[in-house]
Write a protein that binds this ligand. Structure first.
Ligand SMILES: NC(=O)C1=CN([C@@H]2O[C@H](COP(=O)(O)OP(=O)(O)OC[C@H]3O[C@@H](n4cnc5c(N)ncnc54)[C@H](OP(=O)(O)O)[C@@H]3O)[C@@H](O)[C@H]2O)C=CC1
Ligand SMILES: O=C(O)[C@@H]1CCC=N1
Length: 317
């Protein structure tokens, strides 16, 4: 299910919420569909209500505060508000102001606070979603006590350092929600396990608590490979365009190719090696690219980049 309106590209379309689709599943928010007279601009077909997915209600985690409302903060809020049941009360930091205001305008259970301390004071679970380089400005001097639990999403910032910055004894948990948290489909790595935090992420696709912080760093390094994947697809598309293929056709084909790959990853009865084997004709074109391009030197270079990232993540966290 598409998570955003294809026309305005801003309206979030959570799976349990309203949206309009055509028979090819081009997807629009209610406002854009109405503006287009309920006609799909791509195929000319009618736009009808998309079936709402039954999404479990959010776990009862109390009030959730978010300090740092950028990409992942927004995705988290969308996910928390997408459930079938009563969403939690959500308090947002005034920064980033545009996104905070937009979310507060969209969801009645969301409000923007006067400052970061206000977010902490009003929340049971405080999510820190600022960029690592902004942590001192955003967090130093905050008073965090009582029964609160703090969840830090900041990559490479360890529990010990965070405790020093916040000067608090409350439980501190690290987590890596992925953008798919918006559709409640993120497997979110957490450390250390905490019943409230894990329940929160269970309602957003699943919590994956890890046993130690070293292991958490490893998952963090894996997360760092995500945008290279898009870069890989863009490189393929650009190559085809340079051969004279219309860029739009090339991109459409590449997207479709890898959407199929993503779907097959949902089949966990087959190992990754099996999936590769099943998609590969012996002596065929996939085997050729895999062995001539993704050869041992290329795999070793990727391994070295991950090793270096992990070493840096562990040094600072
Ligand atoms: N993006 C992702 O997929 C994931 C990100 N993370 C982690 O989450 C964090 C945020 O990443 P991302 O959302 O991509 O980054 P963004 O840059 O999109 O968002 C960061 C937000 O923090 C705000 N901010 C900056 N300073 C302060 C402050 N003093 N007080 C309150 N808010 C402040 C920024 O506001 P302004 O716009 O006004 O500067 C911005 O809205 C990072 O630490 C990252 O490691 C973790 C998992 C996944
Ligand atoms: O790219 C980043 O640094 C963030 C952290 C995890 C995902 N995105």
């Amino acid at each position: 299910m598409r998570a955003r309106c294809e026309r305005c590209e801003t309206a979030a379309l959570p799976p349990g919420g309203p949206a309009r689709i055509c028979s090819y599943e081009c997807t629009f928010c209610e406002a854009c569909a109405a503006a287009m007279g309920q006609v799909c601009p791509n195929c000319g077909g009618e736009l009808v209500p998309r079936p709402r997915r039954a999404v479990p209600a959010a776990a009862n985690t109390g009030r959730v505060g978010v300090i740092g409302v950028g990409e992942i903060g927004r995705a988290l809020v969308d996910g928390l508000c997408a459930g079938a049941g009563e969403p939690p009360e959500i308090l947002l930091s005034p920064r980033g102001s545009r996104t905070s205001a937009e979310l507060a305008g969209r969801y009645p259970n969301v409000r923007v606070c006067a400052d970061n301390q206000d977010v902490v004071d009003g929340s049971d679970v405080v999510v820190l979603a600022v960029r690592p380089q902004d942590r001192t400005e955003a967090l130093a001097g905050l008073r965090v006590g009582g029964d609160r639990v703090v969840v830090s999403l900041m990559a490479g910032v360890g529990i010990d350092e965070l405790r020093r910055t916040l000067g608090t004894g409350v439980p501190l948990v690290r987590a890596i929600p992925l953008p798919a948290v918006r559709e409640r489909r993120s497997v979110t790595v957490t450390y250390p396990a905490h019943p409230v935090v894990d329940a929160l992420f269970d309602g957003l696709g699943g919590a994956l608590p890890v046993a130690d912080e070293a292991g958490f760093g490893c998952f963090s390094a894996l997360t760092g490979t995500l945008t290279s994947h898009y870069g890989y697809l863009a490189t393929l598309t650009a190559w085809a365009a340079r051969q004279g293929v219309p860029a739009e056709a090339a991109e459409r084909y590449v997207r479709g190719l890898f959407q199929g790959v993503a779907r097959s990853l949902g089949d966990d009865s087959r190992s990754l090696h099996q999936l590769a084997g099943d998609h590969e004709t012996p002596n065929g074109i996939n085997e050729r690219i895999r062995t001539t391009w993704f050869d041992s030197a290329n795999a070793e270079s990727l391994t070295e980049a991950l090793d270096a990232l992990l070493a840096d993540l562990r040094r600072s966290g």
